[in-house]
Design a protein around this ligand. Structure first.
Ligand SMILES: [Cu+2]
Length: 159
């Protein structure tokens, strides 16, 4: 009986310690980015005009695997594949080419285009003036038939 009680006591302590740790992480994160209930929201600074300047770094990556019959399959990816900003933000995306020779891309609905090359950085800037979800599509690898889908998502939240 006593033994069981001790084990339970330790379990309660462990749960309390975990909760305290989670709370500390939440508080620290909240202090660093007070506007941020949204997971994955990037670093941002306020702009005089009301919007924020948001900078996100995206790397080109690659998943590769082998099917049971020995056939190789691969998919290029944007990493991170999801960008969350708020309407009115001035957005800077720095693309870094790591996997794949060349990735010509566009952000559909935003008229933003560029090409990412291996070993180079490509930067695009725009104001997120339309709310919604917009695809960041590599035109060379848009779907499974072309070593994709190399598609990311720009989420522009209403302020
Ligand atoms: Cu690509």
């Amino acid at each position: 009986m006593t033994r069981l009680y001790v084990v339970r006591g330790r379990t309660v302590l462990a749960v309390l310690a975990l909760a305290a740790f989670a709370l500390a992480v939440y508080a620290w994160d909240g202090a660093r980015m007070p506007l941020l209930p949204v997971m994955g929201e990037p670093e941002a600074t306020s702009e005089p005009g009301g919007g924020r300047a948001v900078t996100v770094h995206i790397v080109t990556g690659e998943f590769a695997s082998r099917l049971p019959d020995g056939k190789e399959i691969e998919a290029y990816r944007w990493d991170p594949g999801t960008v969350v900003v708020r309407k009115g933000d001035r957005v800077t995306l720095h693309f870094h080419g790591v996997n794949g020779a060349k990735h010509p891309f566009e952000i559909r609905g935003y008229n933003v285009r560029g090409t990412v090359e291996k070993g180079k950085q490509t930067t695009v800037q725009f104001v997120a003036d339309r709310a919604g979800t917009f695809e960041i599509v590599c035109l060379a690898h848009p779907d499974r038939a072309h070593n994709g889908p190399m598609v990311g998502y720009l989420h522009v939240l209403e302020r």
